[in-house]
Design a protein around this ligand. Structure first.
Ligand code: AMP
Ligand code: MG
Length: 388
């Protein structure tokens, strides 16, 4: 069994063979930007008005002005302003030549071809050319693209963007007791919740995923299923059959298939028997069958791996909060992830009876980490919450 940090380090060190593809911005959300992007233009591309009002020369302290032209957004006035002259201007319109300030509309009284300033304008109400970005400046560095990033790229004129590819993921559920939802359960059988749960966890990461079926706890069928999965999938996620039971054949089958075990057994709860292996550029995670384990291990190991694949480092967004209730546990030899709920800015553990208790995750909105060696966290203690 290895320490959690060691497992993270092993995942950080893998160098998967991802590539780059170009996608239109409409499909860029949630994809990883492949390279630093530089702006081809100044942004904004011209000096513009931040207000509806009247453009005047910088330093013109006149009290009344003659309106010599009108300019709307998208237009351009050619009038070279003189002292005592102004151009009626709309928000977003280009400043006329010689103009340096805009008096907002609300601060003047209009009469015929003239305006009179009735309230001192202290702001210049001008957005200078290139004040956001200059041509050649970095627009974005590699990152997972959020909605605002897509907007930022569009503002620099990009219609498409290069993103890294994600692996094709094949999912195998192992266990002779596993039935598909919708079927009728026979005595001793349970529904397969892990497969669809994993597909749902993969969806926001834009990994094409395929459920490759349920496989009985028998070495022959299991080996054939894994071999076939490795021919089509760059990442294979298996659940069940990874621990030390008489019918846990996954580690043995992987060894026989020539896979190289990167780790098997981590001091983490839930998820101790988790395994990570590779063969010929393809990777395999064996997740424990209990649905909370499968969920949590995806969050803490598979996600960072997928980020590595996409060329990014996974830094989970954590927020600090104080515990509203005491957390106590007996065993301290593993780092534990516990489901919690945040109420009025405080964090409360939800009723949780162990890794088979999937419904506990339905009550939770986050996970907290209780480190190895720690048995008690007192009320008021600060914890890092990983939102779910
Ligand atoms: P295992 O990891 O094979 O020892 O399985 C641990 C527990 O998880 C057992 O109670 C299994 O029945 C259950 N389990 C295994 N696979 C799944 C699955 N796909 N969906 C829901 N529960 C499962
Ligand atoms: Mg099993």
């Amino acid at each position: 069994m290895i320490e959690l940090e060691e497992a993270f380090e092993i995942i950080r060190r893998v160098r998967p063979r991802s590539s780059v593809e170009k996608v239109p911005l409409e499909r860029a959300l949630g994809r990883a930007l492949a390279h630093e992007v530089r702006s081809p233009i100044d942004s904004p591309p011209f000096t513009k008005s931040a207000m509806d009002g009247f453009a005047i020369k910088a330093g013109d302290e006149s009290v009344s002005f003659r309106v010599v032209d009108v300019v709307a957004a998208g237009g351009a006035s050619q009038k070279e302003l003189a002292v005592g002259e102004c151009v009626r201007i709309m928000t977003g319109a280009m400043l006329p030549p010689g103009a340096g300030r805009v008096i907002r509309k609300e601060y003047v009284q209009e009469g015929g071809q003239d305006i009179r300033v009735i309230h001192p304008e202290t702001a210049d109400n001008v957005i200078p050319r290139g004040s956001n970005l200059r041509a050649g400046d970095t627009v974005l560095a590699p990152r997972m693209l959020a909605a605002q990033d897509v907007g930022i790229l569009a503002a620099s004129g990009f219609a498409s963007v290069e993103v890294t590819t994600t692996p094709a993921v094949g999912i195998i559920s192992t266990g002779s007791e596993i039935r598909s939802p919708g079927e009728t359960l026979q005595p001793g059988e349970i529904y397969n919740s892990n497969a669809v749960q994993l597909i749902a966890q993969l969806a926001p990461l834009h990994c094409p995923s395929e459920f490759l079926g349920v496989v009985m706890d028998q070495p022959g069928p299991l080996s054939r299923a894994i071999e076939s999965a490795l021919s089509t999938s760059e990442l294979v996620l298996l659940t069940g059959g990874v621990s030390a039971g008489d019918f846990d054949f996954v580690p043995r089958c992987l060894a026989e298939l020539g896979a190289n075990m990167l780790f098997h057994g981590v001091a983490v709860k839930p998820g101790k028997p988790t395994l990570f292996a590779h063969r010929g550029g393809r990777f395999i995670f064996g997740l424990p069958g209990n649905p909370v384990s499968s969920f949590v291990i995806f969050e803490i190991f598979v996600k960072p791996f997928l980020y590595r694949w996409m060329g990014l480092d996974w830094n989970p967004r954590l927020f600090r909060a104080r515990l509203g209730e005491r957390v106590h546990r007996k065993g301290t030899e593993r780092t534990e992830f516990l489901p919690v709920r945040t109420r009025d800015g405080r964090v409360f553990p939800v009723a949780y009876r162990g890794s088979a208790h999937l419904n506990a995750l339905g009550e939770a909105d986050g996970l907290i980490r209780v480190d190895r060696g720690v048995s008690t966290l007192e009320p008021g203690a600060e914890v890092d919450v990983r939102p779910l």
